[in-house]
Design a protein around this ligand. Sequence first.
Ligand code: HEM
Length: 172
Amino acid sequence: MDWVQFAAQWIHVIAAVFWFGGTMYFDFIVLPTLRQVPPLTGREVGRALAKRIPPFMRTAGLIVIAVGLLRGTVWGPLPPGDNSLSFGSEYGMTWSISILLALAIFAVGDGVIGRTAGKLYGDDALWSFATAGGPPPAGFLALSGRLRTFSLVQLALFVATFTCMILMRFGL
Ligand code: HEM
């Protein structure tokens, strides 16, 4: 038993559980709930979450990617690890694709979703309809739509990356 590899896998998987699991919980439980409650309540909670979530997700994502890189190479089969597989092997290609997918997840989460949520919940003008009555303004609808679309894109990228993890487990 290689204890360093064991520790790397442990850290990688627990950070991945937090990153992917936290995202699924947010998309399927938190976001739909924020849309069901009265707008001002949804806004208050949304604004607090938009501040609290990014540092946690950023940290989890960076740990997953950094330890995933090391787990495949230094503490894994790819060079400079035990060299049992090459970067051109099926495993090596799946590992390389995983990096690209995870970087895309990170960029979408931190760059697009985090910023969109910050703008949506932080701009007072977008929420005046909640007290004045009437339909939400176009800016509100555009930002809500962007949040929903990129959450789906991010989920699809997560599912693809997770599939890569299982493939590597079987040597592919
Ligand atoms: C969304 C991001 C990710 C998630 C949710 C995730 C999750 C997982 C899980 C659950 C395992 C354990 C699989 C098993 O033993 O059956 C695993 C293993 C592994 N992951 Fe990730 N991972 C992610 C990103 C990455 C990235 C970006 C890399 C590489 C740069 C990577 C490299 C690895 C490696 C090398 C293994 C060990 C595979 C093996 O040889 O059995 N992971 N990951």
